[in-house]
Design a protein around this ligand. Structure first.
Ligand code: NAI
Length: 248
């Protein structure tokens, strides 16, 4: 069976590292992106250059019609999805809860929670043996923030990742006897561009002293754990979490 993977928000950071590693492990990969087509195409080109199979599809995971269209396009271009990485996620400028308006909360919760639910829904419809599928695996990209709470920075973001943790457990149990495994990774401080959205591009450099290993992590270190969870090596692992946070 050909392995077909969708990585949401796959044009940079942890998503891009995951897409490239997956291609090396013989997955046909769909790199979903929000706006930056050029960046997504670059990842596709580098995968193709290495002999792999990849496509890039624009979709806002917060939009139900976009998500439905994304999965339909993958059906047509790569075949039925066998693996999903719910990676797309956002955070907003660091502030306290007392300064967060409803519009900000809507944006964070819609992309981070509803986006992951919608993608998981479409994946389950295609993977579940109950629906004639051949099974599959889902990895949700949560965050150490779900355990730590991110006080003074982004409690909204941390809470959205808490919801992802709960969704991981509930969905995993819901589809456990339908051939689908659902797990999550909880990265700590990883060197990516997401920190610029929080208003502090060099955040990892500031906070790394609070990490027991005294360093930030690299996207590839997260990607390796994601690929393990997707693989048959993790065949009895579901409803589980891997913390990739240097001990934090
Ligand atoms: P990033 O900002 O480079 O990647 C996020 C990607 O998601 C971007 O490509 C962005 O365009 C995409 N995206 C955002 N909204 C989207 C939408 N509505 N539809 C489709 N795509 C959308 O940052 P990074 O760090 O690679 O983040 C990946 C995941 O890892 C996120 O879920 C993030 O919350 C999580 N994470 C990151 C940590 C870090 O320290 N970098 C720590 C813990 C978790």
């Amino acid at each position: 069976m050909e392995k077909v993977l969708i990585v949401t928000g796959g044009s940079r950071g942890i998503g891009a590292a995951t897409a490239c590693l997956a291609a090396e492990q013989s997955y046909a990969v769909c790199i979903n992106y929000l706006r930056n087509q050029e960046a997504a195409n670059k990842i596709v080109d580098s995968i193709k250059h290495g002999g792999g199979r990849a496509i890039a599809i624009a979709a806002d995971v917060a939009s139900e019609t976009d998500v439905i269209d994304l999965f339909n396009q993958v059906d047509q271009q790569l075949g039925k999805v066998t693996a999903l990485v719910n990676n797309a996620g956002i955070l907003e400028p660091q502030t306290r809860v007392e300064n967060m308006d409803a519009a900000r909360l809507q944006r964070i919760l819609t992309t981070n929670i509803i986006g992951s639910f919608l993608c998981a829904r479409e994946a389950v419809k295609r993977m579940s043996t109950k629906h004639g599928g051949r099974g599959g695996a889902i990895v949700n990209v949560s965050s150490a923030a779900s355990r730590l709470g991110s006080p003074g920075e982004y409690v909204d973001y941390a809470a959205s990742k808490g919801a992802i943790d709960t969704m991981t457990i509930g969905l995993a149990k819901e589809v456990a006897d339908e051939g689908i495994r659902v797990n999550a990774v909880r990265p700590g401080f990883i060197y990516t561009d997401i920190h610029a959205s929080g208003g502090e591009p060099n955040r990892v450099e500031r906070v790394k002293e609070f990490v027991p290993m005294k360093r930030g992590g690299q996207a590839i270190e997260v990607a390796k754990a994601i690929l393990w969870l997707l693989s048959d090596e993790a065949s009895y692992t579901t409803a589980s979490f891997i913390d990739i946070s240097g001990g934090k």
